[in-house]
Design a protein around this ligand. Sequence first.
Ligand code: C2E
Ligand code: MG
Ligand code: MG
Length: 608
Amino acid sequence: MAPVAIIQDLGESQRLLESVVHNANDAILITEAEPLDAPGPRIVYANPAFTRMTGYSLQDVLGKSPRLLQGVLSGSEAPARIRAALGAWKSIEIELVNYRKDGKPFWVQLSIFPVPNGRGWYTHWVSVQREITKRKESEETATELRVTALQNEALNAEIAERKLIQAELTRVAFHDSLTALPNRTYFMHSLRALITRVRDEDQHHACVLYIDLDQFKGINDTLGHHVGDLLLNETAQRLRRCTKDANILARLGGDEFAVLLENIEDSNQILLTANHMLDAIRGPVVLMGTKLRVTASIGICFVDQPSLAAEDVLRDADLAMYAAKRKGGALCVVYNEGMHAAALAELQIKLQLAQALDQEEFEVYYQPFVDTRTGMIHGMEALIRWNHPTRGLLTPHAFIPIAEDTGLIVELGLWILRQACKDFLIIRQVSKQELCLSVNVSSRQLEEPRFLPCLETLLSETGMDAELLMLEITESVLLKEAGSVGEVLQSIRRLGVKIAFDDFGVGYSSLNYLRKFPIDTLKIDQSFVRVMGHDPVTASIIETIIKLAQTLGIAVSAEGIETEAEAEALQSYGCSRVQGYLYSGPVPLYGLIEMLSSPNPAALWRKF
Ligand code: C2E
Ligand code: MG
Ligand code: MG
């Protein structure tokens, strides 16, 4: 249909142009030049492509403004730019959203240019529109894809960061911050997994090594926590060097480490590794200018019973380690079932000990000292016994170490001292000669600041003659820091009380102690006495010690004399003050009184 209604008097070329416009694929609109403000220039022509594109017929749009094509998605920017161009009588090319007659939006590329008349006045605007919805959609899809890609990238970065955080949290949760070794939680987790493997595979041999430093508390207390931390780090490194990468080495806490040894060929391999560790730790270590020699105790427990829980295995390894410590440390001990029973019994004793004192279940026994030259009793040693309600009479070995561990020895020790001093008043009344009383004292008691004032009060309250009292101490007391022990011993001496060095010859007994500490008597240990009979070297050592002590003005006695030969030999070396089953074992107070009241105590020897 020709646009004859508005455009008239066209020549041949104009008819040709009209045909081009009419048949163009692009939508073409012609509007009047004005008004630019609302309601906008009126449409005077629209070609069929316009109708195809917008759904509006020519009749629909004639006399109306092209603004009827605009809507919400057209926005405000594109229409404003068009208005600005038209206001300046300039052509413009722009992309914007228009709306079809049915309300559907679509993208167009729009060119508008002014058309002048013969006099050069702009009388009309021609707008050519091409639909570009498909291009826009693919552009949008590309943009969306780019945004999605960017979002994915950001997500991946976030996941990577989360993984890092997760890894760090896991590291913190399962590792020890000081040594960077796996911690107890990690170790238990691995041990549980191992027990499952042992359950599933027949030939899977594994064990746990429980390692504890022997001197750590002392080092920490005396040299400070910083040195303690350095030592733990050094220990961790030395242990690491003794284990294969596949073996888990963990710090359980404090100075306790544990190793999980898997795929072991035989028990020799374990002992080899354990000894390798003991040697590695034993090597001197210099920390902050201080050279230290440290040893460790190792408990070994095989993971061979799948029914056991990980906690049980670790406890058993700990028990074995404790047994190694009890034996003096610096060695490894393999767990056996007896240890479990012993630990239970020990726990029982611990619980019962506290009540035993209140329930007056303790009793002091006395073992006489005999002078081999006269055959007379010249003193006695107080030795504690526990009348246990169900287990009968218990000797000190069964409970003194536990009382020392728990600290109860402080109370118990004072009770023994008081009881022995009270008994001594009775003993002196029946004795025809001057006697002395020996009482054993643990290092733990001497460390207690109230020990001295209590001793002083006790002496005055019981009326005990301080000159007749002798405290027996063992080497463990002297091994403590020299200064403080020396002072306590001096103070004891100032009260008039004497000091004996008990069990001389066991451990590292150093002759230097005799010079360094105020010791009145040296008691040769029974282990020495026992060997003396068949070992001439030991016999010479004893003889030399006796001579040396005498030169230093220190009295010598010996314990554990069981044969006449031992007594005679000791007397020949110059030691006539002895104690032992040859004469009498420890006896209750009435037994000692019977001996002392007898005109011939020798007749009663071996009766007790
Ligand atoms: P100790 O002070 O060296 O006492 C000597 C131990 O050897 C005593 O064991 C005694 O019964 C035993 N004995 C004596 N003569 C012989 C002998 O001829 N042959 C043998 N084989 N043994 C003999 P007991 O009474 O079992 O005491 C063991 C240890 O317990 C004591 O060793 C002492 O270190 C400690 N102890 C005993 N009573 C007390 C106490 O009241 N306080 C403290 N802190 N420790 C005590
Ligand atoms: Mg003793
Ligand atoms: Mg002794």
